[in-house]
Design a protein around this ligand. Structure first.
Ligand code: UDP
Ligand code: MG
Length: 160
């Protein structure tokens, strides 16, 4: 009974994952979703979305002073993105590992950026960098009623 109690007390986090416009244009949506799906995380939100400039600026507000900021905003608003919310124990850090380093040439093979991209400015996917930012970004990109709470049939086969 004790191990069960400990397992149920493990912190479930949420992360915001986004296929950027280059990932959509290059037909990588299915491939990218499938990496998180196969790992065993739970999808709680999913939509194709044309991002307005104001939202892109709010999402990346911490980078406002960077020289690449205007180019980054142009890039993110240049075509539809796929917005996703994923949930699970350790999902924020694990998703960052699955995504790989910001610079795809430095990202390890086996990671999304390591396998599918060559340049920082076209690195195909976004993932939140902390549980706090996960919550903040899901709140920014999704409206109430767009997220689903559900129990995947595979749940008992993923965690003891
Ligand atoms: N970026 C860029 N040039 C840089 C650094 C970052 O174009 O020199 C872009 C890139 O798309 C990156 C995003 O800005 O994914 C956010 O930067 P951050 O450092 O937060 O990287 P991430 O968390 O996405 O790995
Ligand atoms: Mg970041």
């Amino acid at each position: 009974f004790l191990p069960h109690l400990v397992a149920s007390m493990e912190q479930v986090d949420e992360t915001y994952i986004m296929v950027k416009p280059d990932g959509v244009q290059r037909g990588l949506v299915g491939e990218i979703i499938s990496r998180f799906e196969k790992k065993g995380f739970k999808l709680t939100g999913l939509k194709l979305f044309q991002c307005p400039k104001e939202l892109a600026e709010e999402h990346y507000k911490d980078l406002k002073a960077k020289p690449f900021f205007p180019g980054l905003i142009d890039y993110i608003t240049s075509g539809p993105v796929v917005c996703m919310a994923w949930e699970g124990v350790g999902v924020v850090a694990s998703a960052r590992k699955l995504i790989g380093s910001t610079d795809p040439l430095k990202a390890e093979p086996g990671t999304i950026r390591g396998d599918l991209a060559v340049q920082t400015g076209r690195n195909v996917v976004h993932g939140s960098d902390s549980p706090e930012n996960g919550k903040r970004e899901i709140g920014l990109w999704f409206k109430e009623g767009e997220l689903c709470q559900w129990t995947p049939a595979q749940a008992p086969w993923l965690r003891e």
